[in-house]
Design a protein. Structure first.
Length: 173
C-alpha cells in the first residue's frame, strides 16, 4: 500500500504504525510483562484504528488498495483471533514452519507422478505436522493406523486426546 503512493501511502503507513503497536503489546505479553487480559484491553484502540483505516482505505482513490481493504474487512474477525484466544500467535509463522518440510521435500524429489501420489504426500505431511504440534510420536501413530487398516478398523484420531491415549501412542524413549 505504501509503495502505491497517493491516498494508499498514507493508509499503509498508518496501518504499519498500528501493526507496530500490536506487536509491541504482543511481545510484552509473550515475555510475561503483560497479561493476556491486559493485552486484550491494550488492543481495543489499535483494533478500532485499524478498522477505521481499512474503512477509509476503501475510498482512498487507489483501486488495488481499495480492493485489499474491502477483502481484509470481510475477514476482520480473523485479524483479532490472537486477542480473543490466548496462545494464538498474530502471525502465520507456525503454519509456515509446519509446511516447510513438505515444500523442501517437493523441491528435492521433483514432486509426485500422479494425483494419487500427490494426495498421499499431502495426507502424510498433514499427519506428521499435526502429530508434531501435539508432541505425539509419528511412527507410533502411523504404525497404529496401518494395524487398524489391516484389521478393518478406523484409524486412530488426529484430534488431541486425553493423556491415556497419548501415552499409548507415545511410548517412553
Amino acid at each position: 500500500m505504501i509503495e502505491r503512493g497517493g491516498g494508499s501511502q498514507a493508509i499503509g503507513e498508518a496501518l504499519r504504525a498500528q501493526a507496530r503497536q500490536m506487536f509491541h503489546g504482543w511481545h510484552r505479553m509473550r515475555d510475561g510483562t503483560l497479561t493476556h487480559a491486559s493485552f486484550a484491553s491494550y488492543m481495543w484502540p489499535v483494533r478500532r484504528e485499524v478498522e477505521r483505516l481499512l474503512n477509509a482505505g476503501q475510498t482512498c482513490g487507489v483501486p488495488k488498495t481499495e480492493g485489499t481493504c474491502r477483502e481484509i474487512l470481510k475477514l476482520r474477525r480473523a485479524l483479532w483471533t490472537c486477542v480473543r484466544h490466548e496462545g494464538v500467535e498474530p502471525t502465520n509463522n507456525a503454519a509456515e514452519r509446519a509446511i516447510r518440510p513438505g515444500v523442501l521435500w517437493r523441491k528435492r524429489s521433483f514432486s509426485t507422478q500422479s494425483p494419487a501420489g500427490s494426495r498421499f504426500v499431502e495426507t502424510i505431511m498433514t499427519v506428521v505436522a499435526t502429530l508434531k504440534q501435539q508432541h505425539r510420536h509419528v511412527l507410533a501413530y502411523v504404525t497404529a493406523a496401518c494395524e487398524a487398516a489391516l484389521h478393518g478398523e478406523a484409524a486412530p484420531s488426529l484430534l488431541p486426546t486425553p493423556m491415556v491415549t497419548e501415552q499409548r501412542l507415545c511410548p517412553a524413549a
